[in-house]
Every structure is written in structure tokens, then in C-alpha cells.
Design a protein around this ligand. Structure first.
Ligand SMILES: *Cc1c(COP(=O)(O)O)cnc(C)c1O
Length: 362
């Protein structure tokens, strides 16, 4: 079969080493003679997987012992509820910035549990930029931001110096570049964008912040319970964490500095073609352009469907924009090789030539 270039926004491309290890483990996990799908999560072989996955997260991000690392279920979306349930106090409020659909959903959920102060929003500009001109109040329980807006293609490359605990949804750009974990009290990410398959959610939480959590939080939604039980209060997503572990091994072998070089090269290559090619236009302000999700449109909307077909014929998959915004989106997550981006760029140039000929013929 010809190689398919996977530009999907999520679930998304994974390193081949993680796929290969998964295939083997489905047949015989860690020499147990059992499939990974049928082993106890409390077997010593599997406990070693969870321990290694958490340790790899700590190694890669250089996380100190001031933090806990756990894997949960329910996706990043359940974090939108767990965060206010655990940290929003009844008589207080929390600060959020609205930079896209996921940020807006986090705000919507937090409002069910208390007062929310939306410090800034780019909604009126169809989320085409990251607001930077706001002050985080000192009297809120926490400040919440979204580092990469997967649907719109904007990314925060710097983070504010928050006077209150900073919580970040890093679902779609975690492990794509180095950053200073110590600025944050909590970081979370659904695995299926840059770290593994769907079904696992990574949570990194500062111990001193965890101590401030509310009492009377339902058990399964209570961070303290999951931390005390080492991600094993109930059955974890056994398969997903295994694939995360292998993906994290691959990320560690490259390192975050190396990953940033790779990711920057891919994004620069594609944005340069979008800016050069008269058929295409980028949709967000240049300084906030995401390296993970590249959103663009065809200057002539009528060419969108033919272009997508053109891509499909060349084994380029997953380029259709999110159903809520339309246009095109190329997701360039860690595991995507620059060769795939080069093929997309070649395809855009080929399409340019083909449509110029068609216009001349008309
Ligand atoms: C995909 C995504 C989510 C939602 O993740 P689920 O795991 O589907 O709940 C939340 N935030 C961001 C930034 C995302 O990219």
C-alpha cells in the first residue's frame, strides 16, 4: 500500500515505533503470553508501564518533585469540569481567556460551578489571534488558558507571569517544544493530538496547588484520589497509556529542543507556500500562527472541493478544516515527517499550475 500522509487534527499521527510496539503487545505483552488487551492493570508488568510513562513525562519536561503526574480518562473535556469542581471556591471566581472553541467550552463548564471572569476574547475576530492585552486579577482562584487552539490554528508562544495559579490546556501542543513547567500549577492534555491514542488524559499538577483543592468533590472527579492511587483508583485506559509510553520514549529520544527544530521547519515550509501561492490564504494573524495546526483557505472558495480531491488522489489525508470553520487545516504534530509537508507543498504548486492552465483554457 502507498504511504498515506496523515494531517489529521486528532486522533492523529503516531510514531511508527509506537504502532509497532502496540502490534507486538496485542499478541504478547511483555513476555506474559497474554495480549495487552487481556492483562490485569495491577500486574507488575503493567504497573511498570504506568510508572515509566509518568517518569518519561517528568524527564522530558524536566519536572521536579513539586509536581504529580497522572493519567485520567474522560478526555481534556472532563478537565473542563474537574478543574472548577476542585479549585473554584463558592464565594470566589476564576479567570479565563477565550481563544477558541475549547477555551469557550472550558468557560461554559466553569460557569456551572461558580463565577467566571473572562479576561479577554478573540471570538469577534473568529478567533484569528491570541489576546495579550489583559491583566490577570490577583483575587481569583486560578487563571486558565489554552496554549494551542486546534480548531483555529493559533498558538501561545509566551505565557503571562500569572499572580495566581496558572492552568493550561496543552492538548494539542504539549511536547512540541520546550517550555518552563514551573510557571504553571496545572497542565493537562488529551493524549490523542501529540502524545498517544484517544482514551488517556495527562494531568501534571503542583502538590502545593493540589493541597488547596475543595473537599466534597465526587471521588472519580477528585484529583487527590487519583494522585493518591497513582492513576489506578479504578481501571485506567490500559492500552492508551501503553501507546503513550512508547510515544514518549520516541519523544525523549529526540528531545524537546530537537522536536522544536523539527516542528518549526515543517510549519515554516508550509506557511511560506501559503504566503507565496496566490491560490491560498492563511486565516490567522502571522505572529500567532500555530506550528501544530495550519489553517488556510482557497482564495476562490469554489476551488476548495477540487483541491481536497487533488490531495486525496495524492494520499494526503485529513486536510479538511473543522466542521465549525470550514476551509483547510493541516495538522503537523510531532510524529509527522517534513517529507509529508514537502509533498503537500508540491501538491499546492501542482494545483496552482493545473488551475492556471484551466483558466487559460477557459
Ligand atoms: C481536542 C481538544 C480538546 C478536547 O479533547 P477531548 O479529549 O476530545 O475531550 C480540548 N482542548 C484542546 C486544545 C483540544 O485540542
Amino acid at each position: 500500500m502507498n504511504k498515506v500522509h496523515n494531517f489529521s487534527a486528532g486522533p492523529a499521527i503516531l510514531p511508527q515505533s509506537a504502532i509497532d510496539a502496540s502490534i507486538l503487545a496485542l499478541q504478547n505483552f511483555s513476555g506474559t503470553g497474554l495480549s495487552l488487551l487481556e492483562v490485569s492493570h495491577r500486574s507488575k508488568e503493567y504497573e511498570a508501564v504506568v510508572a515509566e510513562a509518568c517518569q518519561l513525562v517528568k524527564d522530558i519536561l524536566k519536572i521536579s518533585n513539586d509536581y504529580e503526574v497522572i493519567f485520567l480518562q474522560g478526555g481534556a473535556s472532563l478537565q473542563f469540569d474537574m478543574i472548577p469542581m476542585n479549585f473554584l471556591k463558592p464565594e470566589s471566581s476564576a479567570a479565563y481567556v477565550n481563544t477558541g472553541v475549547w477555551a469557550a467550552r472550558a468557560i461554559k463548564e466553569a460557569k456551572m460551578f461558580g463565577k467566571v471572569n473572562v479576561l479577554a476574547s478573540s471570538e469577534e475576530k473568529n478567533y484569528n489571534f491570541i489576546p495579550k492585552d489583559y491583566t490577570i486579577p490577583t483575587d481569583v482562584n486560578y487563571y486558565h488558558c489554552t496554549s494551542n487552539n486546534t480548531i483555529y490554528g493559533t498558538e501561545m508562544f509566551t505565557f503571562p507571569n500569572s499572580p495566581v495559579p496558572m492552568i493550561c490546556d496543552m492538548s494539542s501542543d504539549i511536547f512540541s517544544r520546550p517550555f518552563d513547567v514551573t510557571k504553571f500549577d496545572m497542565i493537562y492534555a488529551g493524549a490523542q493530538k501529540n502524545m498517544g491514542p484517544a482514551g488517556a488524559t495527562l494531568v501534571i499538577i503542583k502538590k502545593s496547588f493540589l493541597e488547596k483543592a475543595n473537599d466534597n468533590v465526587p471521588t472519580m472527579l477528585n484529583y487527590k484520589i487519583h494522585v493518591e492511587n497513582g492513576s489506578m483508583y479504578n481501571t485506567p485506559s490500559v492500552f492508551a497509556i501503553f501507546v503513550c509510553m512508547h510515544t514518549l520514549r520516541w519523544i525523549k529520544s529526540i528531545g524537546l529542543e530537537g522536536m522544536e527544530v523539527r516542528n518549526k521547519a515543517k510549519a515554516d515550509l508550509l506557511y511560506a507556500e501559503i504566503d507565496r501561492n496566490p491560490l491560498f490564504t492563511g486565516t490567522v494573524v502571522k505572529e500567532d500562527r500555530s506550528r501544530m495546526n495550519v489553517n488556510f483557505v482557497l482564495s476562490d472558495k469554489a476551488l476548495e472541493a477540487p483541491f481536497l480531491k487533488f490531495c486525496e488522489e495524492r494520499n494526503l489525508s485529513g486536510l479538511k478544516g473543522h466542521r465549525s470553520v470550514g476551509g483547510l487545516r493541516a495538522s503537523l504534530y510531532n510524529a509527522l515527517d517534513i517529507d509529508s509537508v514537502q509533498i503537500l507543498v508540491n501538491t499546492m504548486q501542482e494545483f496552482e499550475k493545473a488551475s492556471t492552465h484551466a483558466a487559460v483554457a477557459n
